[in-house]
Design a protein around this ligand. Structure first.
Ligand code: ADP
Length: 483
């Protein structure tokens, strides 16, 4: 018998199963892409059957490839795309509709109606979130309204974690974790419970609600892989990354640079209400300790690099951005405004458009590559400024995600935010966090033992200042927003 942990990472573009040894070192992983459905402008759906099949495939393949039996696995941890909702039949498990993905904007008008009714302040006060189609409540309402009254009585509505656990446990557990719950707009983060008034506001008073659990807890067991395996850790993807980066101290902060960028600051027991359009959310709950967090997200980070590669043909690969930026003219004053999909925090300008400024005859691929890396760093600085203005105190930053592999980007980031940066050996912190939670929840390790598993790879200290360039970039951005 071996001692392994298995993480299920159900993301927006793929599902993955990852195997860890008993020091939570990654051993192997299996990944399966997920088809994205865009029925019309603004609508984004996933086939919930495909989500489940892909998870099942990844786990089975991982176990087969490593000749594992259920006895080799101490427990399973789960992390998932947040806010996405599924409606499924509580007897057969059959999805009643495709899953509505977090990016789906079909409830914009409904959100506008609610805003006119003047309830946004109550929502913000109770949930820490903005009134936006991004969050689950209006998506659940849409599903409820479009499925027949008769059908609804047999349905369960939940986030991806709830759906996966229900399937894994053969319908025995209808549960969710507190971080996923805190992204629904139905969960009151002040008293950490579903909010009956908000349920009424969204017309969801009659639906069954999943039991909310701490992140490292007993989530039941699955018997689908040859025998019983416990599920003992669950968190939404960005909170899992917070755990995966061991941001357990108040003031610790992580920034994940994948497709977009998500910065999360641990604010401890303190529930900070942002005056700068950041979100207040649950960071994690371990035993009875609830830790709050401030979250800021920007839409384009790695996707800006992908855009330069795929749409503009400027880069041969994502890695190429580092070499090209290093070769750029240091006097270059080219600026990229990465608003191709609008602007996230702290602006929330959904109609903003991208732009490139300051081109001269000497500007080429190298200068645009440098400007793109700087733009992601500058947006990160805006988030950090907003967090500090909200009272957060930040002394160092841990980075992860695909783009964090770019050393030059990490250095530009350190120069821009003037804060020491640390990158861990394992930059796949989302799945890592789920494995840490599984280890905690199964009683295999304590929080301080988990901290010993985390390993640093490289540190970046601030060198030359990029203040002037940041000011210039921000001036351009503000001008664009005001237009
Ligand atoms: P996600 O989990 O959102 O799919 P990942 O963490 O896997 O994202 O990171 C992938 C993103 O990182 C891609 O958008 C890619 O463009 C970017 N990326 C990967 N390597 C580099 C690099 N060396 N420099 C800049 N960007 C990179």
């Amino acid at each position: 018998m071996n001692n392994y942990f298995l993480s299920i990472d159900q993301g927006t573009t793929s599902s993955r199963a990852i195997l860890y040894d008993d020091h939570i070192n990654q051993v192997d992983f299996v990944q399966k892409e997920l088809e994205q459905h865009y029925p019309s402008i603004g609508l984004v759906e996933h086939d919930a059957n495909e989500i489940w099949d892909s998870v099942l495939y990844c786990v089975e393949e991982l176990m087969k490839r490593n000749s594992l039996s259920h006895k080799d696995i101490i427990s399973i941890g789960i992390t998932n795309q947040r806010e996405t909702v599924v409606a499924w039949d509580k007897t057969s498990g059959k999805p009643a509709h495709r899953a509505l993905v977090w990016q789906d904007r079909r409830t914009s008008d409904y959100c506008a109606d609610l805003r006119e009714q003047g309830i946004e302040t109550e929502i913000r006060q109770k949930t820490g979130l903005l009134l936006d189609p991004y969050f689950s409540a209006t998506k659940i309402k849409w599903l409820k309204d479009s499925l027949g009254e008769k059908e609804i009585s047999n349905l369960l509505f939940g986030t991806i974690d709830s759906y996966l656990i229900w399937k894994l446990t053969n319908g025995k557990k209808f549960v969710t974790d507190i971080t996923n719950a805190s992204r629904t707009s139905l969960f009151n983060i002040n008293n950490c419970d579903w909010d009956q008034d908000l349920l009424k506001v969204f017309g969801l008073g009659s639906i069954a609600l999943a039991e909310v659990k701490a992140n490292a807890d007993n989530y039941g067991e699955t018997t689908l892989f040859g025998g019983s395996i416990k599920i003992s850790g669950v968190a939404g993807d960005q909170q899992a990354a917070l755990i995966g980066q061991n941001c357990f101290e108040k003031g610790s902060i992580k920034s994940t640079y994948g497709t977009g960028c998500f910065l999360i600051l641990n604010t401890g027991e303190e529930l900070i209400r942002s005056k700068n359009k950041l979100l207040t959310t649950i960071g994690y709950k371990l035993d009875s300790e609830v830790c709050y967090a401030l979250e800021g997200s920007i839409f384009m980070a790695g996707s800006l690099i992908q855009w330069l590669r795929d749409q503009m043909g400027i880069l041969e690969s994502a890695e190429d951005s580092e070499r090209k930026a290093l070769d750029a003219d240091p006097e270059s004053r080219v600026f990229v405004i990465p608003a191709m999909t609008g602007l996230g925090a702290p602006h929330w300008e959904s109609d903003a458009k991208g732009a490139i400024f300051g081109l001269t005859m000497g500007s080429g691929q190298n200068e645009i590559s440098l400007a793109a890396l700087e733009a992601v760093a500058f947006q990160s600085k805006e988030l950090i400024n907003a967090m500090e203005a909200d009272g957060g105190k930040i002394t160092s930053l841990k980075i992860d995600g695909g783009m964090s592999k770019n050393n030059y980007f990490a250095q530009i980031l350190a120069n821009t935010i003037k804060i020491d940066i640390c990158r861990p050996k394992n930059i796949e912190t989302t799945a890592l966090g789920a494995a840490y939670l599984a280890a905690l929840g199964s009683g295999f390790a304590t929080k301080s033992e988990i901290t010993n598993f985390w390993q640093s790879d490289k540190e970046f200290e601030p060198k030359e200042s990029l203040n002037k360039k940041f000011d210039e970039w921000q001036g351009i951005l503000k001008g664009l927003i005001e237009q």
